[in-house]
Design a protein around this ligand. Structure first.
Ligand code: NAP
Length: 283
């Protein structure tokens, strides 16, 4: 019997139980993935559930907003990935010690490589829209691939602070921050290979909105990656397709980050096709 779950809040909208319960069932593993709503004002509740992971009563947890960063000091060990991203989304225990890991970044990388047309990412010019939690994992992953990153955020100070954090870890980093608006993005449309949306703009129910400025064409020839998966075809993805560009949503990243966590917890290969089908039934 295996016990898995998600901590954070709100969690009621999460698709993770569908993903993981489908994976458990497909592998004939007895167990359940449950939701544990916890907010930062409930430290005792958080410590209590973490102690259950340490003791093995709970096999593993995913972590979502707003506690992906605040759980860091509560871990006994951090993997290199979670330490350098500065966020934990997967918790497990080994030899009685609590480990914090991050599968968002490797999940994003795997899905980007699955869908994008480039053989080599080094030197590719990438615009990341937004500078919040998911941008942190995405920018870190792009940096691992030696991409040249421009963060476009409505508050450029947020983008600069993300850059400062990453620069503290490594001196050399081809990354800059601009404002997410028509005038600031205009010089980039001639020479951008990939555009990634990490903002929630265009997510259900605001499906007619787009994070890309009105009236500005998307960069010709660019690959467009929208982290949003509901709706399956966002306004941004639709616009890209109308321009003849390749564009995908965030379903693949969602499945991949879950599959990587599942593999850590169970030690067996995740049934990705089953997980994708479970998502499609629920979107
Ligand atoms: P977050 O931490 O709240 O960050 C959101 C970012 O978008 C912030 O920089 C925010 O700026 C910016 N933003 C919000 N509204 C905006 C607007 N109207 N115009 C311009 N910028 C705006 O959220 P997150 O956790 O990164 O999630 C963002 C999206 O990614 C959500 O739709 C989520 O579902 C999706 N996501 C998908 C996956 C996946 O596996 N596919 C994983 C993680 C997240 P301010 O700080 O100024 O508000």
């Amino acid at each position: 019997m295996i016990a898995l779950g998600l901590i954070g809040g709100p969690v009621s909208h999460s698709l993770s139980p569908k993903l993981h319960n489908a994976a458990l069932q497909a592998n004939g593993i007895m167990g359940e993935y449950c939701l544990y709503p916890i907010n930062p004002q409930e430290p005792e509740k958080l410590l209590n559930i973490l102690s259950k992971v340490r003791s093995g009563e709970i096999t593993g947890l995913n972590v979502t907003i707003p506690i992906k960063q605040s759980v860091i000091p509560l871990m006994d060990e951090l993997t290199d990935t979670s330490r350098s991203i500065g966020a934990v989304n997967t918790i497990y225990s080994k030899d009685g010690r609590l480990y914090g890991h991050n599968t968002d970044a490797p999940g994003f990388t795997a899905d980007l490589k699955e869908n994008c047309v480039f053989q080599n990412y080094s030197g590719k010019k990438v615009i990341v829209l937004g500078a919040g939690g998911s941008a942190r994992a995405v920018v870190w992953a792009l940096r691992q691939m030696s991409c040249l990153v421009t963060i476009a955020a409505r508050d450029p100070a947020q983008g600069r602070s993300l850059i400062d954090e990453f620069r503290r870890q490594s001196n050399y980093m081809e990354i800059n921050s601009i404002s997410l608006d028509h005038e600031s993005l205009k010089p980039y449309i001639e020479n951008t290979n990939i555009v990634i949306n990490t903002t929630p703009v265009g997510m259900f129910p605001n499906i007619n909105e787009s994070p890309w400025p009105n009236g500005l064409p998307l960069p010709g020839g660019a690959f467009i990656y929208d982290l949003i998966y509901n709706p399956g075809k966002t306004n941004l993805v639709t616009t890209a397709h109308q321009m003849g560009l390749r564009a995908v949503n965030g379903l693949g990243m969602l499945v991949e980050q879950a599959a990587l966590a599942f593999e850590i917890w169970t030690g067996i290969s995740a049934p990705r096709n089953v997980m994708v089908s479970a998502m499609k039934l629920n979107l």
